[in-house]
Ligand binder design. Structure first.
Ligand code: SF4
Ligand code: SF4
Length: 293
């Protein structure tokens, strides 16, 4: 099985639009997964019908049994996040400050603090409107642990691929270099970077390339808004060439991209732009580079 993960140095580069259009033009069976869980929007373009919704639990929260509490304050002193406060004669936890480390529960000799799992989001499994199995997720407001949710979405997508005999998983990855991006990169067989021409885009790509080098994962690159800055476009091409990474497509700035988002459709479905052929050719190149079985 091959995992192709589409990534970018920051949000707003066209990553999700390109992932959705790649999925819609695929000439090979795919499982599609949206791992950009902090700002999931692939479902807005692929509009899946969900068959299954599951709660996602990550981390834990402490709950106090105040009945036997001697108010000794040991748990308060032990909490380096200052999350435990005395209110109305009882110790309570400020959930916004609590990191769920469990130190308080361990240190209370009277065992008055219990750690219980915390629900941080939902996962959804179904089929995209292009009839591909699709997994996506929603992180609850204010919740973190998105790296764990990314891993869960990847896991569900892999299980779906194995169950359906599909060899390729196409992942819309999280932007940036943080924990969710590392979780998406882990186990990937091919990374497809989307870089926007511009000084910031070239810089973001350089940081992604550095991270990729540490993982040693094969990669390819797509340059979006390629005609907006010739110097940066050349810079991106040079950086990719130095790393042995092919630039498999360049898209000039086009109103088709924002229009596709406005209509909730892929760019291949907007007008007679020839985009479908471009994306089909991208699959051919990805296959030659070993990204697709
Ligand atoms: S779980 Fe950790 S962070 Fe939360 S209240 Fe207890 S000691 Fe503080
Ligand atoms: S350590 Fe236990 S007994 Fe002491 S204040 Fe905390 S909950 Fe109460």
């Amino acid at each position: 099985m091959r995992n192709v993960v589409v990534m970018s140095g920051k949000g707003g580069t066209g990553k999700t639009t390109i992932t959705a259009t790649l999925a819609s033009c695929a000439d090979t069976p795919l499982v599609v997964a949206d791992c950009d869980v902090d700002a999931a929007n692939l479902h807005l373009l692929l509009r899946p019908e969900n068959d299954r919704e599951q709660r996602f639990m990550a981390g834990a929260v402490p709950s106090f049994d105040s009945r036997g509490c001697s108010l000794c304050g040991i748990c308060v002193s032990a909490c380096v996040y200052h999350a435990i406060t005395l209110r109305h004669g009882q110790y309570q936890v400020d959930m916004a400050s609590c990191e769920g480390c469990g130190v308080c529960a361990n240190i209370c000799q009277d065992h008055l603090i219990t750690m219980t799992p915390r629900m941080t989001g939902y996962t959804y499994e179904g089929r995209s409107r292009f009839h591909q199995p699709m997994v996506h997720a929603r992180l609850c407001i204010g919740q973190e642990n998105s790296g764990k949710l990314v891993t869960r979405v990847r896991q569900l997508a892999t299980e779906t691929a194995l169950a359906t005999g599909i060899d390729t998983v196409l992942v819309d990855g999280p932007p940036g270099l943080g924990c969710p991006a590392i979780a998406a990169m882990t186990g990937a067989d091919m990374l497809l970077f989307v870089a926007e021409a511009g000084a910031a885009g070239a810089h973001d790509l350089a940081r992604l390339l550095d991270l990729r080098r540490r993982f040693g994962i094969p990669a390819a690159c797509v340059i979006n808004k390629a005609d907006l800055d010739d110097v940066s476009r050349a810079d991106i091409r040079t950086r990719c060439a130095c790393e042995g990474i092919p630039v498999i497509a360049e898209f000039p700035w086009s109103p088709v991209f924002p229009e596709s988002l406005r209509q909730g459709r892929t760019v291949a479905e907007i007008g007679d732009t020839g985009m479908e052929n471009v994306f089909r050719e991208m699959w051919t190149v990805l296959r030659k580079n070993g990204a697709v079985a």
